[in-house]
Design a protein around this ligand. Structure first.
Ligand code: ADE
Ligand code: ZN
Length: 350
C-alpha cells in the first residue's frame, strides 16, 4: 500500500484553487523569513550563522514538535535588526501572498522576540507597517497587525510589552487593532494571561489566541471563557471534546487552521488524517492559513492544494473555506461585502 497516495488534483482543480480569492488570518511575519533572505540579512548585519549554506539551514527544518520549531524560529529572528529588515521581510511575504491571490492578511508579530534583543518596539512596528501601507496604497492589499504575547514569558512581561506599544497606537491605528497569544502552548494555559487580555479588551483591541494546537481541548474552552477571544488559532484538538465542538458550531467561532504546519510539527502524521474536512462538514467555521510558511513548506496555495488533495475537498467546500475566512476577518462589513462579491463571482464563473 502506497502510504503517500492522495488523489491527484486535476489541472482544472489546481487552477481553480490557485485563482481563488483568499484571506489569510493566521500568519506569523517572523515565520515568513525564507533562508535566502535570512542569509542576506545576516550578511548585511554582519551576523555569523551556525550554517554554511542556505541548503544546510533548510535541511535543519525537520521538526518533531512545536518546541523544536520554535527554537529555530527564534534563532532565525536574530538577523532582524533594522527597520529595513522588517520592511524587507514583510514586503517579501506580501509578494508571495499576492501571487496566491490573497486579498487581505491578518499578521501576527512577536515584539518580545525583538525587544528582548534590544531592538526598539518602534523599529518593529515601523518596518512591518511601511510594507503593509505600501501594499495597500499600490495594490489594494489590506491587512491587520496582531501584536502577540509570547506565552512562555510571564504575564508581567506581557503587560510591559503592552505598555511599550501603547504610545504607538495612534500612529498605527490604521493597522494595529488586535492582540494574540502564541509560542509554547503546553504548560502555558490561557489563564496565565487572563488579566492582560482583560486589559487589552478594555482598551478596545480585538483578541485571539493560539489554543488546541498541541495543548488540550480544555485550553480552547479556557481561551473562550477566560480570554474571551473572537477566534481560536489552530483549535484542531477541540475535536477531543464533542461538547466543545457543539459550542464552536453554535457560536460560529472561527478556527484558523494551518494544515502544512500541523503536518510539519507532527500534530498529524499524515495529511489524510487531518480533521479539517470533518470539522468543515460538521459546520465548524474553519479557515485555511499558512502559519510560518518559510518553515513549513508552503504559502496559502500550497496549504489549500494539500488539503484539497489529501481530503478530497469539493469546489463548493473550497469556496466555503474561503467564505469562512472573509466572515472571520477583522475588516469592516463593507469590505467583507466587497470580498464576498468577488469570491462568489469567481465561484460562479470558474
Ligand atoms: N509562533 C509561530 N508559530 C507558532 C505556532 N504554530 N504555534 C505557536 N506559536 C507560534
Ligand atoms: Zn501560529
Amino acid at each position: 500500500m502506497n502510504m503517500s497516495a492522495t488523489a491527484p488534483l486535476s489541472d482544472a482543480m489546481r487552477s481553480f484553487i490557485e485563482g481563488l480569492p483568499k484571506t489569510e488570518l493566521h500568519l506569523h511575519i517572523e515565520g515568513t523569513l525564507e533562508p535566502e533572505l535570512l542569509f542576506a540579512l545576516a550578511q548585511r548585519n554582519n551576523i555569523e550563522l551556525p550554517y554554511d549554506t542556505v541548503e544546510s539551514l533548510r535541511a535543519a527544518y525537520a521538526f518533531t514538535d512545536l518546541q523544536s520549531f520554535l527554537d529555530l524560529y527564534y534563532a532565525g529572528a536574530n538577523v532582524l535588526r533594522t527597520e529595513q529588515d522588517f520592511y524587507d521581510m514583510t514586503a517579501a511575504y506580501i509578494a508571495q501572498a499576492r501571487a496566491d491571490q490573497v486579498r487581505h492578511a491578518e499578521i501576527f508579530f512577536d515584539p518580545q522576540t525583538h525587544t528582548e534583543r534590544g531592538i526598539p518596539m518602534a523599529t518593529v512596528f515601523a518596518g512591518i507597517a511601511r510594507a503593509l501601507r505600501q501594499a495597500r496604497d499600490e495594490h489594494g492589499f489590506s491587512s491587520v497587525m496582531i501584536m502577540s504575547f509570547l506565552r512562555h514569558m510571564s504575564e508581567a512581561e506581557a503587560f510591559i510589552t503592552l505598555e511599550q506599544a501603547l504610545p504607538l497606537r495612534e500612529q498605527y491605528a490604521d493597522l494595529w487593532s488586535a492582540i494574540g497569544l502564541d509560542s509554547s502552548e503546553r504548560g502555558n494555559p490561557p489563564e496565565k494571561f487572563q488579566r492582560v487580555f482583560a486589559r487589552c479588551r478594555e482598551l478596545g483591541f480585538r483578541v485571539v489566541a493560539h489554543a488546541g494546537e498541541e495543548g488540550p481541548a480544555a485550553y480552547v474552552s479556557d481561551a473562550l471563557d477566560l480570554l474571551q477571544v473572537e477566534r481560536i488559532d489552530h483549535g484542531v484538538r477541540s475535536e477531543e471534546d464533542p461538547a466543545l465542538i457543539e459550542r464552536l458550531i453554535k457560536l460560529r467561532m472561527p478556527l484558523t487552521v494551518c494544515p502544512l504546519s500541523n503536518l510539519k510539527l507532527c500534530v498529524v502524521d499524515d495529511m489524510r488524517q487531518h480533521n479539517l474536512a470533518r470539522l468543515l462538514r460538521a459546520g465548524v467555521a474553519v479557515t485555511v492559513n499558512s502559519d510560518d510558511p518559510a518553515y513549513f513548506g508552503g504559502y496559502m496555495n500550497a496549504n489549500y492544494l494539500a488539503v484539497a488533495s489529501a481530503l478530497a475537498l469539493s469546489r463548493e467546500e473550497l469556496v466555503q473555506l474561503a467564505r469562512n475566512g472573509i466572515a472571520a476577518s477583522f475588516i469592516s462589513t463593507a469590505e467583507k461585502e466587497r470580498l464576498s462579491i468577488e469570491l462568489e463571482q469567481y465561484a460562479r464563473s470558474h
